[in-house]
Design a binder for this molecule. Structure first.
Ligand SMILES: [Zn+2]
Length: 295
């Protein structure tokens, strides 16, 4: 629903705050106007050139298909919220607001949270008093998350009230709360998902590069011997690029051995948290005719 029209003094005040006071959006204050309304008006003024370049706005970067795919996975498979995705940097360059908007457009996200956001309303004076009394008395040591659920607020709002009243939970109190532990778990899960995702992409890129290298080597007269990885079965070449190489000095000379599994498989084994690193991660066997000349 559209709000009231902007009055001349309101616009003048806005221009003054942007051009002369160089205020960023969160600090701009126009009584009776929401942040969204201020933002929109600022954009309109910028387009008409009233702001003399004081506010350049930002370029809109269209969402790519892979980004949207990842967003869908984060919200549906991991149940992450927009603020959480932004906070963890899971979609580089995307702010919480842009993620949230995109989730809205594609019907992603937790229905319970969306419903709460839809019902979110500002307290009237009486309700605010009630809430503050609650925070000071029976709610004093309750986790903010529990209070948020009980009063239909965002957890951030509860924390803000607590801060204003000077009754934040101590670090120990907050940490021992269930909500904190749940957040920690969620954060850890996100971290794992994020690393796994990055690792997967690294692996894919690496494999493409290896395939190219394999083709190049195949055409050379000094092409190394083919060596099959005992884990993935790929036919790579007995070369440092593909296999971990161990060199050992012996009285007879330098002994070279190649790992039985390729570097990609080796790295994967070492990364898998389910299997602690063992000697099997890098089983070596002597390369054929591997006694090199005395170094
Ligand atoms: Zn392999």
């Amino acid at each position: 629903m559209p709000g009231n029209r902007w009055t001349k003094p309101q616009i003048e005040s806005l221009v003054d705050q942007i051009v002369h006071l160089s205020k960023p959006l969160p600090e701009i204050d126009i009584p009776g106007k929401t942040r969204a309304a201020i933002n929109n008006q600022r954009k309109r003024l910028q387009r008409t050139g009233v702001l003399n370049g004081s506010f350049a706005g930002r370029e809109v970067k269209p969402w790519t298909f892979p980004e949207l795919k990842r967003l869908t996975a984060f919200t549906q498979d991991y149940n992450f919220s927009a603020s959480f995705i932004a906070q963890m940097g899971l979609l580089p360059g995307r702010t919480k607001d842009s993620i949230s908007k995109m989730m809205g457009r594609h019907g992603l996200g937790n229905p319970a949270i969306k419903e709460r956001a839809r019902r979110a309303c500002r307290f009237d004076a009486q309700r605010r008093d009630e809430f503050q009394r609650f925070l000071l008395a029976e709610g004093r040591l309750l986790p903010s998350m529990a209070i948020a659920r009980q009063w239909g607020l965002a957890q951030k709002t509860v924390t803000a009230y607590r801060r204003r009243l000077g009754i934040q939970l101590s670090w120990r109190e907050a940490r021992s709360s269930d909500g904190y532990r749940r957040q920690q778990r969620k954060r850890a899960a996100a971290f794992v998902a994020h690393t796994r995702e990055r690792w997967k992409r690294w692996r894919e890129r690496k494999k493409v590069a290896w395939e190219r290298l394999r083709q190049q080597l195949a055409q050379r007269p000094d092409c190394p011997a083919v060596r099959v990885c005992q884990a993935c079965g790929e036919q790579w070449y007995a070369a440092r690029e593909f296999y971990h190489v161990r060199t050992r000095r012996t009285p007879a000379g330098v002994k070279i051995s190649y790992c039985r599994i390729c570097r990609l498989c080796r790295a994967e084994r070492r990364r898998d948290p389910a299997t602690p690193p063992t000697a099997l991660d890098c089983p070596h066997e002597p390369a054929r005719g591997a006694i090199a000349a005395r170094a």
